[in-house]
Design a protein around this ligand. Structure first.
Ligand code: TYM
Length: 382
């Protein structure tokens, strides 16, 4: 039988992803039992559900980050978002997890909004659009609950003047064949996007400490470049903690992506839409008839509603175990699991939207006048 093919790049994720193979291909490390034990201890027994379930599954230098923390050298967190019309649930995964890390370690978080990347990669978008989306997406990010005095959210087109000197030092270290090989650029790629990797790398050098980046593993190519050049500029190689991809509704392959709207649930979807999408499109690993389902049970590996519960929506391990056992044994039917999921998603979104509304007041704190933001605007990175 031909092996399943998959492809993971910052701009495309397709196929049935074999995460074990990806670790080998990318040269990253599995998150070991020792690391989990350390995190369990530091978090006083409250390991994040995405660590307990191996959703964050791979890393680079996370052990060194923990050493730095224990020995008082500290570290900082960095993550980001390329703004688009609407954020979907998958986009929240790294932010939810980053917030947990900030709570546990009490460290600074830098969040890059790459309006430049979005604009340069898409000939159809205007800068005005990316500006509006940035604002809307930032409200969704703020709703996650970051500390406004220890978090700096910045838009590239706005903060560029403070980072440009350091960007030039990074850009001079990266040659065309490196970025071409890493991202698959060709001679039709616009020169802005060839230069862009230097801009995504720069926040890894915002402090003279180790930077830890929580993100899905699609962003890893940037960090490989960063790790090639960081020490020659007097900074640390970036450390990362990588997540798997929340699958799209209609198939367990690839990642949830805004390019197939019916296959994503957006943070702004009203309850009826959520219900309809899940009931109609969510790919089921259940059997074709009730009778067969009762006899054979569901294939959980391909069942999207099950996976969504596992990734993000059912945090209670006992409740999850029960669904796992009963659904795979045919005691539960697809319709029941879908209904549980639709309920959970709607509850989650309702709470999210409340927090979003409340958080809107702190927009300027995160971007301009919170403690960390103020410091960052006073600083020219060179
Ligand atoms: P973007 O906007 O494509 O994605 C934002 C973050 O969401 C993750 N992600 C997902 N995670 C789980 N399941 C999914 N289905 C899913 N889809 C997307 C991405 O890995 C990312 O962490 N170039 C970046 C913006 C950026 C950035 C960064 C991201 C700038 N600096 C530093 C991470 C860390 C981008 O286009 O992200």
């Amino acid at each position: 039988m031909e092996e399943d093919k998959f492809n993971v790049t910052p701009w495309e994720v397709t196929g049935k992803i074999d995460y074990e193979k990806l670790i080998q291909q990318f040269g990253t490390q599995k998150i070991s039992k020792e690391i989990l034990d350390e995190l369990l201890e530091i978090s006083k027994g409250k390991l994040h559900v995405m660590l307990r379930r191996n959703i964050f599954f791979s890393h680079r230098d996370l052990n060194l980050v923990l050493d730095d923390y224990k020995q008082g050298r500290g570290f900082f967190l960095y993550t980001g978002r390329a703004p688009s019309l609407g954020m979907h649930i998958g986009h929240l995964i790294p932010f939810l997890f980053t917030k947990w890390l900030q709570d546990v370690f009490g460290v600074n978080v830098y969040i890059e909004i790459t309006d430049d990347e979005k604009f340069m990669r898409n000939p159809d978008y205007t800068l005005k659009q990316t500006e509006e989306w940035s604002y809307e997406n930032i409200l969704d990010i703020i709703a996650v609950g970051f500390d406004p005095n220890k978090t700096f959210i910045f838009k590239d087109t706005e903060y560029i003047k403070n980072i440009y000197p350091l960007v030039t030092s990074i850009a001079r270290k990266l040659n065309f064949s490196q970025v071409k090989a890493t991202f698959g650029f060709d001679s039709s790629s616009n020169i802005g996007i060839l230069f862009y990797p230097a801009i995504q790398i720069v926040p890894t050098m915002f402090e003279r400490r180790r930077c830890l980046i929580p993100a899905a593993i699609d962003q890893d190519p940037y960090w490989r470049l960063q790790r090639d050049i960081a020490e020659s500029l007097g900074y640390f190689k970036a450390a990362e903690i990588h997540s798997k991809f929340l699958p799209p509704l209609a198939s367990s392959d690839g990642k949830m992506s805004s390019s197939i709207p019916e296959s994503a649930v957006y943070l702004s979807d009203p309850p009826k839409t959520v219900e309809k999408k899940i009931m109609k499109y969510a790919f089921s690993g259940g059997q074709a008839t009730t009778e067969l389902q009762r006899k054979l049970g569901a294939d959980l590996k391909v069942d999207v509603p099950y996976q969504w519960l596992y990734y993000i929506f059912e945090n209670d391990d006992d409740a999850m175990d029960k669904i796992t056992k009963e659904y795979s044994a045919g005691k539960m039917l697809t319709g029941e699991v879908k209904a549980i999921l639709a309920n959970k998603v709607n509850q989650f979104l309702e709470e999210h939207r409340e927090k979003r509304e409340k958080g809107a007041d702190s927009y300027s704190k995160f971007l301009y006048d919170g403690e960390l933001a103020k410091k960052m605007w006073d600083k020219i990175h060179s």
